[in-house]
Design a protein. Structure first.
Length: 401
């Protein structure tokens, strides 16, 4: 039997791999939106509606993941979610019209929500097990995957491979990596084995909602830029498809740098200062993006947004991990639902405004979200402090043992 430290060491790269392939596949699909739109003859309004449907289905997948994790475990949910979204992505490449495309997006959306919820359950559980803040590293893996996905699409478009081949290649890679990583996903006890009280009675709703609002604001920015920055570069600044795909890559590369260092800066300066400065940086980046008159200027602006905004989600989940260790999966799954509130605004509302006006006007919504994130900074203070206290207490317990 493997010792706990060995299990944790094996689980961390495997969970990171799950985050990596999630980011890679999502970025590949989102950066191919202009090509999908052209192939199907769809307008921006219809694409916005489909993005909203995917977000709602992902929310449903997150709820299913919570229930299934209670019955089985989050490792199994994560494996099934990866398989489901890979199949959905492959079906997108085989679509022959709107009906088959919608069916493919339904399957992909359910898988997306399952992987989102179960992946964060795994990451939060491992953070609690090792007794130190490590959640940002998983989101860094997600950003790295998104970079690979966006760059792969850009290269594929440059070689005139087409969106069907590009997405299919990424989907197959997701299935293979998921299959290799899955045996080392973390397996841990269920809540009902620890506490027989009803699940809802153990959820600290007030801090969950506070963190959830910040989460939603971030995903308005994140999903808004992931969906519509490509069209902004393509339609407003007249970049070709392969160049427009680099907008997501610029945003994600800066986000990767931010997430790789987020835990260090939080320990050094505190969560409130980190969140406030990050939100101000993100706001400055959005202003630079919206006012850009050329592609290089917009790419710099998107990178600045990524550098600032990207710390929000890992700080939210890291904080949530300290709220209720007895009911961790439920807390993480409920917090994850706020993700989709943000994606609906980032996908549907921004897309609808874009269809009615233009991409430059529509990106004002992420700018407003960055401003509101500045005022959310105090919500992280006690939550992150609790995580550091958990680390100290676990080390003390280990020393006494």
């Amino acid at each position: 039997m493997s010792c706990p430290s060995t299990i944790s060491k094996r689980a961390r790269p495997s969970i990171s791999a799950a985050f990596f392939i999630q980011g890679m596949l999502l970025a590949a699909i989102l950066t191919e939106l202009p090509a999908i739109r052209a192939d199907m003859g769809a307008g921006d309004g219809l694409l916005a509606l489909l993005i909203g449907v995917i977000s709602l289905l992902a929310a449903g997948g997150s709820i299913v993941a919570e229930k299934f994790a209670e019955k089985k475990d989050s490792a199994t949910v994560l494996m099934l979610g990866i398989a489901t979204e890979a199949v959905g992505a492959l079906l997108i490449t085989l679509n022959q019209g709107m009906v088959t495309f919608v069916l493919a997006t339904i399957i992909y959306g359910l898988g997306l929500g399952g992987v989102d919820a179960a992946g964060n359950m795994q990451a939060a559980a491992l953070q609690n097990r090792v007794g130190k803040v490590i959640l940002s590293s998983f989101f860094a893996a997600w950003s790295a995957g998104a970079i690979v996905g966006a760059v792969a699409v850009s290269l594929g478009e440059g070689l005139s491979m087409g969106y069907r081949v590009n997405i299919a290649v990424v989907a197959v890679a997701v299935a293979i990596i998921g299959l290799v990583a899955s045996p080392n996903f973390l397996r841990y006890g269920h809540e009902k084995a620890i506490d027989h009280n009803p699940v809802h009675a153990l959820i600290p709703w007030r801090p969950v909602v506070a963190l959830g609002i910040a989460m939603a604001l971030f995903y308005v920015v994140d999903f808004g830029l992931s969906n519509w920055s490509t069209l902004f570069l393509h339609d407003i600044l007249l970049a070709d498809v392969s160049t427009a795909a680099l907008g997501v890559a610029a945003y994600q590369i800066a986000g990767l740098v931010s997430r790789l260092t987020a835990d260090f800066w939080t320990r050094r300066f505190g969560a409130v200062r980190v969140m406030r400065v990050a939100a101000v940086v993100a706001m400055a980046g959005m202003l630079a993006t919206i006012t850009a008159q050329n592609v290089p200027g917009a790419l710099v602006g998107l990178a600045i947004v990524g550098l600032g905004a990207s710390v929000t989600a890992p700080l939210c989940f890291s904080s949530a991990a300290a709220l209720s260790q007895k009911n961790l999966d439920a807390v993480i799954a409920r917090l994850n639902l706020f993700n989709y509130a943000g994606t609906v605004v980032g996908g549907v509302v921004i897309g609808t405004l874009l269809a009615a006006t233009n991409a430059r006007v529509a990106l004002i919504i992420p700018l407003i979200s960055c401003v509101l994130l500045i005022f959310s900074a105090p919500w992280f203070s006690k939550r992150v402090a609790s995580t550091h206290e958990m680390r100290h207490e676990m080390r003390t317990s280990t020393d006494k043992g």
